[in-house]
Write a protein that binds this ligand. Structure first.
Ligand SMILES: [Zn+2]
Length: 293
């Protein structure tokens, strides 16, 4: 992606090296139990959680060793600057498209953290992967996910997989502004009171996540229209989308696939809906809740 010398978003918060208490360096210890509880929560799909990740929540829980003395490498600073430009493109995309739909776009924040972060949705560890928190309308990203995406999930080498990831999380923000997140929250309460099975809810969750992939495709289309994409960028996004498909992650993690527990969609579905959004370039085909998927 052509990003050097371009506008960087001013909505990026640098929370790296801050620990979890907002500016004060802290020893971990007490936080670890809470983090594990949060991750287990995500793994079991327990109703009530507000975190919406990229689909990698079943990552192994890290040991909880927190980096206290924070050193920024050149590679990481490049990723930080890259993410800031991607967020600016996301702002430009939705500031253009949402008013056409009669909605105002409120720009989300992007919080870049290292290791652990106190979000509006609770304490989170980078093991949960990038996520969006509707409560404080912020995307949370540990830049080490770049290496995780390539080395652990096996996405194709290149920068644009990260653009897909950030645009997917920003898609959850669009869903929040447009009321879709509220619809899913209401369905979740039906699981709590027994009106909806967990398996049925998971199917809605998949459609919700595929919609975020569609919205990421819309952003990629906007960037392509401005001439910002390099050859191979689309393939990198598609490879990243496939690498975080439920079937791929489950096969990698446990050696078999259990569709009842899918909550983000298969690799093929994620690629399909990213490309559907890319080809549409607007919200005309974004209704994944009623579409055949
Ligand atoms: Zn998601």
């Amino acid at each position: 992606m052509k990003w050097q010398g371009r506008r960087r978003s001013s909505n990026v918060n640098d929370a790296r090296g801050r620990g979890v208490s907002g500016g004060r360096k802290v020893a971990v210890g007490g936080g670890v139990g809470l983090v594990i509880a949060l991750v287990v929560f995500l793994l079991t799909g327990n109703p009530g959680t507000l975190l919406r990740g990229i689909g990698t929540q079943d990552a192994t829980v890290p040991s909880g060793n927190q980096q206290v003395e924070y050193q920024v490498t050149q590679h990481e600073q490049q990723l930080y600057d890259y993410a800031s430009v991607v967020l600016a493109d996301i702002e430009d995309t939705w500031n253009t498209i949402l008013p056409q739909e009669g909605a105002d776009y409120i720009e989300p924040e992007l919080t870049i953290y290292s290791g652990m972060v106190q979000s509006g949705c609770g304490l989170a560890d980078s093991g949960v992967g990038p996520f969006y928190c509707p409560a404080d309308q912020s995307i949370y990203l540990d830049l080490s996910f770049y290496d995780t995406l390539l080395n652990r999930f096996g996405a194709r080498q290149g920068d644009f997989g990260m653009a897909y990831v950030i645009a997917h999380e920003a898609g959850h923000h669009v869903q929040t502004l447009m009321g879709v997140t509220g619809q899913l929250d209401r369905l979740r309460t039906q699981v709590t009171d027994g009106r909806l099975t967990q398996e049925a809810y998971n199917q809605y969750s998949v459609r919700f996540e595929l919609q975020a992939d569609y919205l990421a495709g819309v952003v990629a289309r906007y960037m392509a229209g401005r001439g910002y994409l390099d050859p191979g960028d689309l393939e990198e996004a598609l490879s990243a989308a496939a690498s975080v498909g439920d079937d791929h992650i489950q096969r990698q993690a446990q050696g078999y696939v259990n569709p009842d527990t899918f909550n983000h969609g298969t690799s093929a579905q994620r690629q399909h809906w990213f490309m559907t959004g890319y080809e549409a370039g607007d919200l005309s085909q974004w209704d994944t809740l009623s579409a055949l998927i």
